[in-house]
Design a protein around this ligand. Structure first.
Ligand code: PEP
Ligand code: MN
Length: 368
């Protein structure tokens, strides 16, 4: 059961104390509190965990600090949508707002290779009005002899250059709990020049100990990739692991599925599942066309498959696109064959905006 308090209820207020103490007195029920910082208002949600069947809804609704009460299903307790009454996850991080309504581009390097390429990327992003990027420092690779990423060695120049070019959020995969500390230490040492969104890769979607560790920290929002070989339900439960540990600032990313029929694409593009994730959960939804499609092949209309897939996701309501770029894809140490080039960035942004406008028009059309 989810108890939503009146907006801006302070914990020091008498109404709050009376409500909390009543809830605490409910037998066999554990309470979990979540704060949702919305635009200009703070919402407090209290989850009643345990056997709630005997609880009288009206009794809880009549408590002084309570706005409304929602009975929720067992699955996706915190991140699930449950009813139209629970709004989208909505948070601001380092000046950038994320929810199920708005939209952001995270274009950048799949893997950081050298400061020169990082700077070229950041400069291009700034020139094109962007304030978010992706930068891979810790790379989980199929082959143990492949380049594994520069790890913590590259963090100082990545963060410094992000700050220099006005980038506010860097999506960065972590594969081990220790990486969070490395990011923390580096950002602190540099005086927080930028922000980081911790990314959990498809190979770690069900690494429960990593999920718990990332969920326990409240400093950074999280981008969780869908597991490429598990059900959607299992991936959504993985997201719930993050929230159950206290971090509900989670964005869910569709990145294609491994099937025997995906060829000639790297993965079977799964962006048709976008509305499903939005319907089942309150998470903003990201698409990763680069890792889904995995090539720079173009169709006869002259448009790359990666761009077609990007449009397909955005026109279905994506809130974020994570996409690989590289100043010289043939020299990229990881995933060069799928990277877009600096010269393609302005047109990519324009193409994205065409699709986003089309989506807005579609919403308008069907709301009449
Ligand atoms: C990535 O985004 O760099 C990545 C490795 O993606 P995925 O985990 O989806 O394969
Ligand atoms: Mn990659």
């Amino acid at each position: 059961m989810l108890v939503i308090l009146h907006a801006n209820t302070e914990e020091t207020a008498e109404d709050y104390k009376r409500t909390w103490s009543h809830l605490q007195g409910l037998p066999e029920i554990r309470l979990q509190k979540h704060k949702v910082q919305g635009r200009g208002q703070q919402l407090t949600e209290i989850y009643l965990i345990g056997n709630t069947t005997k609880i009288n809804l009206e009794e809880i609704e009549s408590l002084p600090a309570v706005e409304r009460v929602v009975r929720i299903s067992h699955d996706f307790r915190i991140l699930g949508r449950h009813s139209q009454e629970t709004g989208s996850i909505d948070f601001e991080y380092n000046g950038v707002r994320f929810n199920q309504q708005n939209f952001h581009i995270f274009a950048g390097l799949c893997a950081v290779d050298n400061p020169g390429n990082v700077e070229r990327m950041m400069q291009a992003l700034q020139d094109n009005g962007q304030e978010c990027t992706r930068m891979g420092a810790y790379k989980p690779r199929t082959n143990p002899y492949s380049f594994q990423g520069h790890g913590k060695e590259c963090l100082p120049y990545v963060f410094e250059l992000a700050g220099k070019y006005g980038i506010k959020v860097v999506a960065m995969e972590v594969t081990h709990e220790q990486h969070i500390e490395e990011i923390d230490n580096c950002l602190e040492k540099l005086g927080q020049p930028t922000g980081v969104m911790l990314q959990i890769g498809t190979r770690n979607t069900q690494n429960f100990e990593l999920l718990k560790a990332v969920g326990r920290q409240h400093t950074y929002p999280v981008l969780l990739k869908r597991g490429f070989g598990i059900s959607l339900n299992e991936s959504l439960n993985a997201a719930e692991y993050l929230a159950s540990e206290g971090n509900n600032q989670v964005i869910f990313c569709l990145r294609g599925m491994k099937t025997s029929f995906n060829a000639p694409h790297r993965n079977m593009v799964d962006f048709a599942h976008l509305p499903i994730v939005k319907r089942l959960t309150r998470m903003p939804v990201c698409i990763d066309p680069s890792h889904s499609v995995g090539t720079r092949e173009a169709s006869p209309d002259g448009i790359l498959d990666v761009l077609h897939s990007t449009s397909q996701g955005i026109i279905a309501g994506a809130n974020m696109v994570l996409v690989d770029f590289h100043p010289s894809p043939k020299d990229a140490l990881v995933d060069g064959p799928q990277a877009l080039t600096m010269e393609e960035l302005p047109k990519f942004i324009e193409d994205v905006s065409i699709s986003r406008n089309a989506y807005m028009q579609r919403v308008e059309l069907w709301s009449e």
